[in-house]
Design a binder for this molecule. Structure first.
Ligand SMILES: [Zn+2]
Length: 461
């Protein structure tokens, strides 16, 4: 089965060029000047459209247990929504709970995802119990294609690791060439501020943000960078939201340290003002780190241009407003932390292109090519080139759409971007050569997605 995508502007990290793309089976076999090939089993006319490598969302939480409930997208619904939005790979997090084994955790996550994904998927491993066994098990994870390990400086008593535990895991990362991903917020101090706010009767959602000040993200980011320097471990800061944290990352990168960071669309477009909405509406925006003052957004866009922020992921972790977010009425500390977003990352970052914040090349780079290289998937993923998987998005840059819970495909009862008008829209999506989204709708299947055994971070020398 061959497919010819003709007449489009093929995008890469260096921008756009008019080219045709020929797919045979699951792979791209040729990228040529327009008109070199004219026939194929299926011909898709992409005139006036962008043809770009499928998006890679390196930070999602499908069916994730949190605070006595679960994020509401299953691997099936979440990966289907991702495909609708032009994302053809997710990297989700397996979550080691304290007192359990890392490898049995990985088995459990394989069971959840296997045969239930519309697009290809990989895993990171969350290490929340550092001991001799789990450190040893990190090696087996790497052999099994799970080459990055997330740790938390937040959430004491749940996922939190001490500096000593982080140091041990970083030493193992250094030894194995794997990457430590860090949720960098000073959770010990935050919990005190949150307890004080609650005791003083400040119970509304906005206090989630006010008790997690950006300085405590900056401090934790600096501390993680220092520990990474001492151990020689590669470090990837997840969901960076604050100018203070970005400054710490930029400084480390200027010194040549293997420090990388991602941000998320919610930190580029939403702010603490959303969390202050009346009638508990602010709970829709409760995630950690929290939404910040708008002034941080300018720095984050700048960081995306300078590559101090190299990746945009979603931290997709949806909880319904009704029944789940409502658990925190009367105490903001009990609101499940997380927001939906896996479907809209490509669109929202395309808005950055429209607004002149980033170039077309940076759009592709931050949303596809860099995550592929960062997490050992390149060149199988993240590029339109002969030999690569035919994960391809045909994007209409002139189409208009309005984001809404009425029309989105995520299994959640609200949109964080309700009513937002977007320029640009996904038209057709191929996952390993198969058309899964087209103007006539979703034609994929939740048995199509395959597990991706990943290599090491390709930015390390
Ligand atoms: Zn997360």
């Amino acid at each position: 089965m061959t497919t010819l995508i003709k007449g489009g502007q093929v995008l890469s990290t260096t921008g756009a060029s008019l080219a045709d793309v020929l797919v045979d089976g699951e792979k791209i076999i040729a990228v040529t000047a327009p008109g070199v090939f004219t026939e194929a089993d299926e011909v898709i006319d992409a005139t006036g459209k962008y043809v770009l490598p499928g998006g890679i969302d390196a930070h999602t939480h499908m069916e994730m247990p949190f605070g006595g409930t679960h994020s509401v997208d299953t691997f099936g619904t979440g990966t289907t929504a991702a495909a609708w939005g032009g994302t053809t790979t997710i990297i989700d997090f397996a979550v080691q709970a304290k007192g359990t084994s890392v490898l049995s955790t990985l088995d459990k996550w394989h069971e959840k995802a296997d045969g239930n994904c519309a697009i290809d998927y990989g895993f990171h491993m969350i290490i929340s119990d550092v001991n001799d066994t789990s450190l040893k098990e990190m090696e087996a994870c790497i052999d099994g294609g799970v080459t990055s390990f997330k740790m938390f400086m937040a959430y004491p008593g749940v996922f939190y690791s001490t500096d000593g535990e982080i140091l041990l895991a970083m030493q193992k990362a250094r030894e194995t060439g794997s990457t430590i991903m860090m949720h960098a917020e000073n959770g010990i101090a935050i919990d005190q501020l949150a307890a004080q706010a609650y005791a003083a009767g400040r119970i509304e959602p906005v206090h989630h943000s006010l008790t997690r000040p950006p300085e405590l993200e900056g401090e934790a980011t600096s501390r993680a960078i220092t520990l990474a320097k001492v151990t020689g471990s590669p470090l990837y800061i997840v969901h960076l939201s604050a100018a203070q944290a970005l400054a710490a990352v930029a400084e480390a990168r200027n010194e040549g340290q293997n420090v990388f960071a991602e941000t998320c669309p919610q930190y580029l477009y939403l702010s603490i003002e959303d969390m202050a909405k009346p009638d508990f509406e602010g709970a829709k925006y409760v995630a950690s780190p929290p939404l910040r003052e708008k002034s941080h957004q300018t720095d984050l866009w700048k960081g995306l241009r300078t590559n101090d922020l190299s990746v945009v992921s979603t931290d997709h972790c949806p909880f319904c407003f009704k029944d789940q977010k409502e658990l925190g009425r009367g105490d903001f500390r009990a609101i499940p932390n997380g927001m939906p977003g896996v479907e809209h990352r490509m669109d929202l970052l395309h808005q950055g292109v429209v607004a002149g914040e980033i170039s077309l090349g940076r759009w592709v780079e931050t949303c596809s090519t860099t995550p592929a290289r960062m997490f050992g998937l390149y060149p199988q993923k993240g590029v339109i080139a002969p030999g690569s998987d035919a994960d391809i998005v045909i994007y209409d840059p002139a189409a208009r759409q309005t984001l809404s819970a009425e029309t989105h495909h995520m299994n959640v009862d609200y949109s964080a971007y309700e009513g937002l008008e977007i320029t640009g829209k996904v038209e057709t999506v191929l996952s390993r050569g198969r058309v899964v989204v087209s103007p006539s709708g979703f034609s994929g299947s939740t048995t199509h997605g395959k597990f991706l055994s990943r290599g090491l971070n390709q930015y390390l020398i």
